[in-house]
Design a protein around this ligand. Structure first.
Ligand code: HEM
Length: 437
């Protein structure tokens, strides 16, 4: 076995993190699916982890980058072995540089920053990651259709479904692409997907390319799990962006900068609305494939998404019953912070109005953008619920809720209380063709 040879020779040859044999190891994970990886490999990886830990704490200069990468990879690869498999490890959020909790250092309210360059860089970074993730999902569809990959060989989709994925994937990243100054001709779905893949591949650094490869460790061998993972990662990228924008909205309201506050929350609304084709893309997943691989994803649920809860709690402080529910018990460190009195847009608005810092046209503008944002979040929740009904039916969720009845219950939770959402979301936030399709 190649991976055993390479791993043992790496371990006995100095165990330099920079030359860790990622390729044969991930190939073995891909050959069986993470759920079925043999104990021999997992034990070797466990040994590797001990080496990495010893190296990181030992004397002598250590290059933190390769050590961190290897540690993060092992964290993802050994989650089932350790019995701590969850949504964040399933999606390898840390490898992608996305917030996943457990002291990942974001979210302490510094997002406003003020510097326009900083804001532009953060937005650009998220646009690039979104494009890379979706482009990679489409590249896999292209390769599978062309018969040039053996990865996840079960339950391949037919040509019509693949063409639909190309079309919806390209649409999902079009706004981000144009903000990056890039375009693809979308008249031919397959050609557009190939062009997107080429653009994204040229845009990635070697480190980003490696992180992208390592962040794909499906639990089983169903083709559609690739799409599932990439769409969830893409939404995580969107939620992390929304949280950044909402933090900056709070800072701007506090500082009496109404136009900046409206711009931030308006940008957040546009991000969520323009990501809507991601749900249509995921709705193209074959329900029987989903039901096949989800047998091995028990314990990993987006109810553990820290960015989503951060976004929700930055809008307004959730009620006690919500904080006590599985939703917030799944993100304990965030729950503690909210309980300790974290800031929110809702509270910032009320305080600014009460103190006479926000009034007249300025107040009307901020409130309008907040209402639009709230309507888009409510629309997201309704679409998510419909998609879950289609894919799951009556089955319980992998996050140990009763499944879609839970989603039906939480979909109407008010986003803000200081302003009400418009009853009907603005038309552009509807995914074209409806979702699920
Ligand atoms: C096949 C598609 C999907 C199905 C069947 C599905 C199903 C579910 C279910 C049943 C829950 C309740 C928790 C549980 O027991 O697991 C849930 C929660 C959640 N899902 Fe999904 N989901 C899907 C796609 C997505 C996507 C693409 C996202 C985007 C990241 C997402 C984000 C969330 C979030 C944030 C929650 C927590 C909601 C809350 O606690 O208020 N889901 N999902």
């Amino acid at each position: 076995m190649r991976f055993v040879r390479e791993l043992t020779s790496w371990l006995s040859g100095g165990a330099d993190p920079d030359s860790f044999p990622y390729r044969p190891v991930t190939a073995e994970f891909h050959r069986t699916g993470k759920h079925f990886v043999g104990k021999g490999l997992l034990a070797l990886l466990d040994e590797t982890r001990a080496h990495v830990a010893a190296r990181a704490t030992g004397a002598g200069p250590v290059d933190a980058g390769p050590v961190r990468l290897l540690r993060d990879f092992l964290d993802v690869a050994l989650d089932k072995w350790d019995g701590r498999y969850d949504y964040r490890s399933y999606l390898a959020l840390r490898l992608l540089g996305l917030p996943c909790g457990d002291g990942d250092g974001d979210g302490d309210g510094g997002g406003g920053g003020g510097a326009m360059a900083e804001r532009a860089a953060a937005r650009q970074g998220r646009d690039r990651l979104l494009v890379h993730l979706v482009a990679d999902a489409l590249a896999f569809e292209l390769a599978a259709a062309a018969g040039t990959t053996e990865l996840l060989p079960e339950q391949r989709p037919g040509p019509a479904l693949v063409a639909k994925r190309h079309r919806l994937g390209v649409r999902a990243v079009s706004p981000a692409l144009s903000r990056l100054g890039l375009t693809v001709d979308d008249s031919q779905p397959a050609a557009a997907a190939a062009a997107l893949h080429a653009l994204a591949a040229a845009d990635r650094s070697a480190a980003e390319e490696r992180a992208l490869r390592l962040s794909m460790l499906p639990v089983y061998l169903s083709h559609d799990e690739y799409l599932f993972i990439r769409v969830l990662q893409a939404y995580e990228c969107v939620f992390a962006g929304l949280a950044d924008e909402l933090r900056a909205t709070i800072d701007a309201i506090d500082a009496g900068r109404a136009v900046a506050a409206a711009e931030r929350v308006g940008y957040a609304r546009d991000q969520l609305a323009s990501a809507a084709p991601l749900f249509s893309l995921l709705a193209s997943m074959q329900p029987e494939s989903f039901r096949t691989f989800r047998a091995y994803t028990e314990g990993a649920s987006a109810i553990q998404s820290r960015s989503y809860k951060l976004m929700e709690s930055l809008c307004r402080t959730p009620e006690g019953s919500r904080l006590d529910s599985a939703a917030y018990r799944s993100v304990p460190e965030l729950r503690d912070r909210v309980r300790a009195g974290g800031p929110s847009v809702d509270a910032a608005l009320r305080a600014a109005v009460r103190d006479g810092r926000l009034a007249g046209a300025d107040r009307a503008l901020v409130e309008l953008r907040m209402r639009e944002f709230a309507a888009t979040v409510l629309h997201w929740r309704r679409t998510h619920h419909r998609l879950a009904v289609r894919m799951l039916g009556e089955r319980p969720g992998t996050g140990y809720t009763e499944g879609t009845p839970y989603l039906a219950e939480v979909r109407a939770i008010p986003v803000f209380t200081a302003v009400a959402a418009d009853p009907d979301p603005a038309a552009p936030s509807e995914p074209s063709g409806g979702c699920p399709e």
